[in-house]
Every structure is written in structure tokens, then in C-alpha cells.
Design a protein around this ligand. Structure first.
Ligand SMILES: Cc1cc2nc3c(=O)[nH]c(=O)nc-3n(C[C@H](O)[C@H](O)[C@H](O)COP(=O)(O)OP(=O)(O)OC[C@H]3O[C@@H](n4cnc5c(N)ncnc54)[C@H](O)[C@@H]3O)c2cc1C
Length: 435
């Protein structure tokens, strides 16, 4: 029976046939029976990348298969959640080498999006810590790929949004750590120049991220709070128990409007200005603040929301950010969550998002006028040589993908060689004409 599903942004919703991949042979059976399909992990990508009429649910394939403490290498199935890896290995003194802002995602989803964390400027994307991947091709064969073995398939699969095949299992390198705590420093930055200078000043810190008030105008444009951190050397390896709050129902449409966002932003900036300085916070508080509020995506109402995340190259990036923030403040289209990060160099994967420069992620409730406004921002992003993150995307046009991803043709060559009939498809890949 078809089920109604969406991405994390709850826009769009579709009816889909969902099959459970609880074994490798079940995955193969469904793959070969369907004309096309897409794999789905925890459904935490915002847009339409894990949506299709036939969806293979990968979360039941969730066993940790082996661990080599000398090498810090864990072998696991692709449906394992990052939270399960943390629960299993933090007490042994190991943590993920790269983690996004939620631990409620799967290893398959992390590889397919080649996710980045607060340490991209030092460590790169998730693929940096992937030793190998077992991938099921459109023909049902299992291909082991790595930077050494079938390197082009590896480069197409990391960041390839599930379009090269089904990731069944992977070997990951974890980093050794001494504590479940992070030593954090909070720096209040009065405008955009100040926060970009602060990113450079603290570039040696392993982790950094800034919250930016995207409604601030004039002399305050780019007003931000930068948080930098490093693993503490003591404090123990267990995480403190933390209650989870829940948003029990969808807020009324429009409850998060520019007035409420302006109020929140002003209060947030004021509090952090007063409490700037050093503190010790748990890994959960530092990396996953939003995981403490279950179903927070309901705050945007039944119309849903999207995240617009772009990256601009360092050269000209500051001017580009200025132009884009001015456009947002001018439209009054405030974002509740606006996160700025500094990226290090791009990797060799064909569709990985990061490049040396600045990335800004903005959440917008779906509302009249939003999509044409984002088309306008796309043109600015393209003019400044940037690109849009596929795992957050739900609306960009094919020209913007081609403009931003110069290695798209190499990706397509590999996809066509292992998926000649384009059996791995999503709403996103159809919209973006990735075939
Ligand atoms: C609160 C929050 C914070 C976030 N912070 C960050 C961040 O800091 N950095 C960042 O990079 N991202 C971030 N994200 C995005 C998130 O990390 C990615 O969207 C991730 O891919 C979601 O994984 P998932 O398991 O939910 O995959 P899904 O959303 O289910 O799928 C995402 C993609 O992966 C593919 N896929 C999933 N499993 C497989 C598999 N086994 N084989 C092949 N393809 C597969 C799907 O086809 C789809 O294309 C954040 C998301 C949220 C909700």
C-alpha cells in the first residue's frame, strides 16, 4: 500500500511504494522488481532527494559489523544511525571524524550527501573518513569501491545523492578523543567584516560555526555570534542525560514571520553579547542543539519549509555575502536559523558541495513569493561563482546545477556506466535532469 512521505522540510509530500531493505537479498529483490527506485535513510535531507515513487527504506540494515580499535575503523551497514555509532564508541574513546548538525541520520545518507561538519576547514567532508563502501549497482551486483579500488565509482557515490546505487555497508575511520566535552569560546561579532575576520583569527581551532542575524541592516549587516571549540582533555566519556522537548503539532502557517524572527534574533544577539567568553559544553550541546527538540520541523506549519544553503568561493565571497544578505534584509524574508561556516578546499568527488570559501544556510517557511526570490538569489550565487547544496535543495533549476558543479559530466559518465537505464532516480534527479 502506498505511504505518504516527505523530506525533513515537509515539502512536498508524495505517495510512494516503500519496501523495507532488511537484508541484502531483500534490497536486491526489490531493486530488480521495480523499474526505478531511490534509497532512503532517516529522511533528514530537507528536500526531494530521497523521494520517488519507489523507495527502498534502508534503516533496517543497521548492524555494526566489526571494530578495529588500533586503526579506529568501524565496519557497519548503511542504515546504522550516527547516534548508534556515538553510543557504541564514545565510551571507548572514539568519535566521528566528521559530523553534521544532527546525529539522527544514517551512514548511507551521510555518504550520499558527503556531509560536512563544523571542522570542514580542517578535516574536509564525511568521505575523508570512509575507507571503503559496498555499493549495489542497478544490475544487483555488489561493488566494493574506495579511493584505491574503482576510485571513480567512489568519487561519484560520495555526494552522489543515491544515484549511483544502494550503499549497503561502509568502513569508517573514527577519531580518538579523551572526553565527551567540548571547550567552547563564544565571540560576538558586530558585522560581516568582523565575523569573517574572526573565522580567520580562529582558523586553527578544530571546530567553528557562526549564527548570523540575517534581518540586521545597515551598520549591523552580518551581525553574528561565532562559536569555536575543541575536544576537552578531561571530564569523562559519558554524555549527561538530557530531556528532549517535543513540538507536539504543526504551528499555524506563518507563526514564524519576520516580526517573531526579528524578536528572536535581537534577543539571541543580546544574550550572546553579554555571555561571550569560554565555557565547557557537552558534545550534544555543541554539535546537535536541534536534536534536543523533537519534530522542530513542525514549527513552520503545514506548508512546510526549505533550507537554502549555498557556498561562495573565498575570493569575492565577502562581496557576495554582502549582496545576498542585503537582498534578504531588504525583502524582510528572515530566516529563523541562519548558519555561516568557513569551508576548506573542495575534494575530488564529483558532486560534493563544499569548496574553499563561505557557506550560509537559511531556513525559510514556504510562503508566497519565496520561490521567485530564491531564483533571484541563485543568480547572485552563480554570479559570485558559488553553488547550492543538493541535500537541502528542493527547487533549483538544471542550469544552476550545471553552473555550480563543473564535474557533473564526469558524474554522469560514471552513473551511465553502472546504471545505463537510469534506474536510480528521485524527484530531485528528475527535476535536475540528472540521467
Ligand atoms: C537538523 C539538521 C542539521 C543538519 N546539519 C547538516 C550539516 O551540518 N552538514 C551537512 O552536510 N548536512 C546537514 N544536514 C543534512 C543531513 O546531514 C543530510 O541530509 C543527510 O544526508 C541525511 O541523511 P539521512 O540518513 O536522513 O538520508 P535521507 O534524507 O533519507 O537521504 C538523503 C540522500 O541520501 C541517499 N541515501 C540514503 N541512504 C542511502 C543508501 N543506503 N544508499 C544510497 N543512497 C542513500 C538518498 O537517496 C538521498 O539522496 C542536516 C539536517 C538536519 C535535519
Amino acid at each position: 500500500m502506498p505511504s505518504r512521505i516527505s523530506g525533513w522540510g515537509r515539502y512536498p509530500w508524495i505517495e510512494a511504494q516503500i519496501a523495507v531493505a532488511d537484508t541484502t537479498s531483500a534490497a536486491r529483490k526489490h531493486l530488480l522488481a521495480w523499474p526505478d527506485c531511490i534509497a532512503r535513510g532517516a529522511g533528514k535531507s530537507y528536500g526531494d532527494s530521497a523521494l520517488s515513487q519507489n523507495v527502498l527504506q534502508m534503516t533496517p540494515l543497521n548492524r555494526i559489523l566489526a571494530f578495529d580499535a588500533d586503526r579506529g575503523e568501524v565496519v557497519c551497514e548503511a542504515g546504522v544511525g550516527l547516534d548508534k555509532l556515538i553510543d557504541a564508541f564514545l565510551p571507548k574513546g572514539f568519535f566521528l571524524s566528521v559530523t553534521p548538525g544532527t546525529k539522527q541520520i544514517t551512514v548511507g545518507g551521510a555518504i550520499a550527501s558527503d556531509v560536512h561538519g563544523k571542522n570542514h576547514h580542517r578535516c574536509g567532508c564525511f568521505s575523508t573518513c570512509v575507507n571503503w563502501i559496498d555499493l549495489m549497482s542497478a544490475a544487483g551486483e555488489i561493488i566494493r569501491c574506495s579511493p584505491q579500488q574503482h576510485p571513480e565509482i567512489f568519487q561519484a557515490t560520495c555526494g552522489g545523492m543515491g544515484l549511483t546505487g544502494i550503499i549497503l555497508a561502509a568502513a569508517l575511520r573514527l577519531q580518538p578523543i579523551k572526553s565527551a566535552w567540548i571547550d567552547q569560546k563564544t565571540i560576538y561579532c558586530r558585522d560581516l567584516d568582523a565575523v569573517l575576520a574572526a573565522f580567520d583569527e580562529f582558523a586553527d581551532m578544530p571546530y567553528s560555526v557562526a549564527w548570523i542575524d540575517c534581518l540586521a541592516k545597515g551598520a549591523c549587516l552580518g551581525r553574528s555570534v561565532l562559536m569555536v571549540g575543541e575536544h576537552a582533555g578531561c571530564g569523562g566519556l559519558s554524555l549527561p542525560e538530557k530531556p528532549t522537548a517535543t513540538i507536539p503539532f504543526s504551528f499555524p502557517n506563518g507563526a514564524l514571520n519576520s516580526a517573531s524572527i526579528r524578536l528572536f534574533n535581537t534577543a539571541y544577539a543580546w544574550v550572546h553579547r553579554r555571555h561571550a567568553g569560554e565555557s565547557r559544553v557537552s558534545l550534544d550541546q555543541f554539535f546537535y542543539p536541534l536534536d534536543g527538540i523533537a519534530n522542530w520541523n513542525r514549527m513552520y506549519g503545514n506548508r512546510g519549509f526549505l533550507q537554502y544553503q549555498f557556498v561562495l568561493p573565498r575570493s569575492g565571497g565577502a562581496d557576495g555575502l554582502l549582496a545576498i544578505l542585503s537582498a534578504i534584509a531588504g525583502m524582510g524574508m528572515g530566516s529563523f536559523l541562519a548558519v555561516l561556516k568557513l569551508f576548506g578546499p573542495a575534494n575530488r568527488n564529483f558532486l560534493s558541495f563544499p569548496m574553499d570559501g563561505y557557506t550560509l544556510a537559511l531556513d525559510f517557511g514556504i510562503q508566497p513569493g519565496l520561490l521567485p526570490f530564491l531564483d533571484r538569489l541563485d543568480r547572485l550565487v552563480a554570479r559570485f561563482g558559488g553553488r547550492i547544496y543538493l541535500t537541502k535543495d528542493v527547487r533549483m533549476a538544471p542550469w544552476m546545477l550545471k553552473e555550480g558543479y563543473p564535474l557533473l559530466d564526469r558524474f554522469l559518465q560514471v552513473k551511465r556506466s553502472i546504471d545505463p537505464h537510469n534506474r536510480f532516480r528521485s524527484l530531485q534527479s528528475n527535476r535536475l535532469e540528472i540521467a
